[in-house]
Design a protein around this ligand. Structure first.
Ligand code: NM2
Length: 547
């Protein structure tokens, strides 16, 4: 069933204020490109310098909290009644996909090469030691801490919606439930606005890197000129693809796309593993996971006090903030698809499922790339710094057996990945911009289509102004910083709720699904509010009232 309801209202204040920020950034980038790029560089430097240590601590805290919660008695709490809506593999696939973006394919080939040239842990650049730590660093940036940040952001939202039955699947309504500040008041409005900007910031790097990689490979395959217009055509066509998936309805479209992409990526990885340097890939993946584990705490808390902190600022801090910027969207998505699961299931599936998935993916893609560098076949780091990462990827793909076919397959996977990614982001943004959305309802399709088109504007302005990676990083970092505070406030609220609702119940009773009388009363009260909202919408639909 498609739960979309055209009578859910569009929040005009929010829409207009976020679009004002989007359009002014687009105009600044298009008209004052040089100045905007220089400003973004300063912004990145200062924000990551000031917040280096707190961000590192936040990532580390997320890991500890998530493990502690999963194995406490509260891990048994079931999030909503009934059986889970989705099978476990497709559930994990869905949120891995919602948590990743299409540029994961870019980073898969190149992440290590950045660290080889500018390593962390005070290792000398471009040395065998730097090479040894390059893949482990990448695995570190994509596994436990990152997925713990997602999990930390998701559980309070799941709990608020499915257990406390607070209405409204938007961040502001969660903040209202936790702090008492009205979702429709100034605090709630600010949270919503920050959320929208965060979505824009998060998507920017993904979309730009995907578009330039796609265009470069397409142009090397077909001779189509690699220009700004080609990028525009590709990005806009993908938006149309997104619109189609959205019109099929959330359940069918999204599930089908995510499964196609996940199977496609897994099949691609297996192909590289079998027909690429199998032995080396296997060995260096295992070894890198080991090195990551043994250096995990050092990497997590590496503030670089004796050095200039450049690596920490530009990589670990940036990554944690990039993951944070995805976290609110992921949290809303995970809430939607996790009804009927326990807190422990959600946490384990996110942190373990996410991490293992990333080691598998990164291990194969990165080591394929490392192998070609080590054997002097393709100088990936050099190409990355002189011509751009997308050029290196095209050359690497060409090394695969049936290289041309594999390049086409890569393009298809990338496009579907991007469309599915935009679907998830577009859904989350539209849900925030829809007033009175209750459980089971999707935002209207037209609102989703509108936001999808809007989401492409900033990335296109970045490509147009030839903005370097740092400019995009600045957009992500600045938008994500306030979210650390929001996630911490939510976590505080969660702890308070857990104590109020379950502290008196022993573990085995929670496991059997018992709840306290006070929580039951609260659920009944809130359930009727949700019912009321639903029936109001059905009535206004009958009366034919428009949005
Ligand atoms: N992460 C690292 O395109 C992408 O979204 C790449 C972004 C998950 C925040 C991954």
């Amino acid at each position: 069933m498609d739960g979309s309801n055209s009578n859910v209202k569009l929040d005009k204040v929010l829409t207009i204020s976020s679009l004002a920020v989007v359009f002014s950034s687009v105009l600044a980038l298009a008209i004052y490109s040089k100045e905007s790029i220089a400003f973004a560089e300063k912004l990145l430097y200062w924000s990551t310098s000031i917040f280096s240590a707190p961000v590192l601590l936040f990532g580390f805290f997320a890991c500890l909290f998530v493990v502690g919660l999963a194995f406490s008695k509260y891990g048994h709490i079931k999030l909503g009644e009934g059986k889970p809506e989705y099978s476990t593999p497709s559930w994990i696939f869905m949120f891995i996909l919602a948590g990743l973006g299409s540029s994961t394919l870019y980073w898969g080939f190149l992440d290590w090469a950045y660290y080889y040239q500018t390593p962390g842990l005070n290792i000398a650049p471009n040395t065998p030691e730097a090479l040894k730590y390059s893949v482990p660093y990448s695995m570190f940036h994509w596994s436990f801490s990152a997925w713990s940040i997602y999990a930390l952001a998701s559980i309070p939202v799941c709990y608020s919606f499915h257990v406390r039955k607070n209405k409204g699947l938007s961040l502001a309504s969660i903040i209202e439930a936790v702090t008492g500040f009205k979702a429709t008041g100034i605090v709630g409005r600010t949270v919503d606005l920050l959320f929208l900007l965060c979505m824009f910031g998060a998507l920017t790097i993904s979309l730009v890197l995907t578009a330039i990689t796609f265009t470069n490979i397409l142009s090397s395959l077909t001779g189509i000129p690699n220009t700004f217009m080609t990028n525009v055509i590709i990005v806009v066509s993908v938006s149309v693809l997104f619109a189609l998936s959205s019109y099929v309805g959330m359940d069918k479209g999204m599930q089908r796309l995510s499964q196609m992409v996940c199977y496609g990526v897994v099949a691609y990885a297996v192909y590289i593993f079998i027909f690429g340097p199998t032995h080396f890939i296997l060995n260096n993946t295992i070894s890198s996971v080991g090195t990551m584990f043994s250096s995990f705490v050092a990497m997590s808390l590496y503030t670089d006090p004796m050095g200039d902190g450049k690596f920490t600022r530009e990589w670990t801090v940036f990554y944690w903030l990039w993951w944070t910027s995805y976290a609110p969207g992921v949290a809303l998505f995970v809430t939607r698809v996790s009804k009927g699961r326990t807190i422990r299931e959600v946490l384990m599936a996110m942190v373990l499922g996410g991490s293992i998935g990333m080691w598998f993916f990164m291990g194969i893609f990165e080591n394929f790339s490392v192998y070609h560098f080590m054997n002097n076949i393709i100088d990936v780091p050099h190409i990355l710094s002189t011509q751009g990462g997308e050029v290196a990827i095209a050359q690497l793909l060409n090394m695969l057996p049936a290289g041309t076919v594999m390049m086409w397959v890569f393009l298809i996977i990338m496009v579907i990945f991007l469309a599915a990614h935009m679907d998830a982001v577009g859904y989350a943004v539209s849900a925030t911009c829809s007033q009175n959305l209750a459980e089971g309802q999707d935002p209207s399709r037209n609102i989703r289509l509108f936001w999808c088109v809007m989401l492409t504007l900033v990335p296109l302005a970045m490509i147009f102004s030839k903005a370097p990676l740092d400019t995009m990083k600045a957009a992500t970092v600045v938008c994500a910083l306030p979210f650390i505070v929001i996630i911490l406030v939510q976590t505080f609220g969660l702890v308070k709720w857990l104590k109020q609702d379950y502290a008196t119940l022993p573990s085995h009773m929670i496991e059997q699904g018992e709840i306290s009388a006070a929580l039951k009363e609260l659920q009944e009260k809130n359930e009727s509010v949700i019912q009321q909202v639903l029936s109001t919408d059905i009535n206004s639909e009958k009366e034919g009232k428009s949005v």
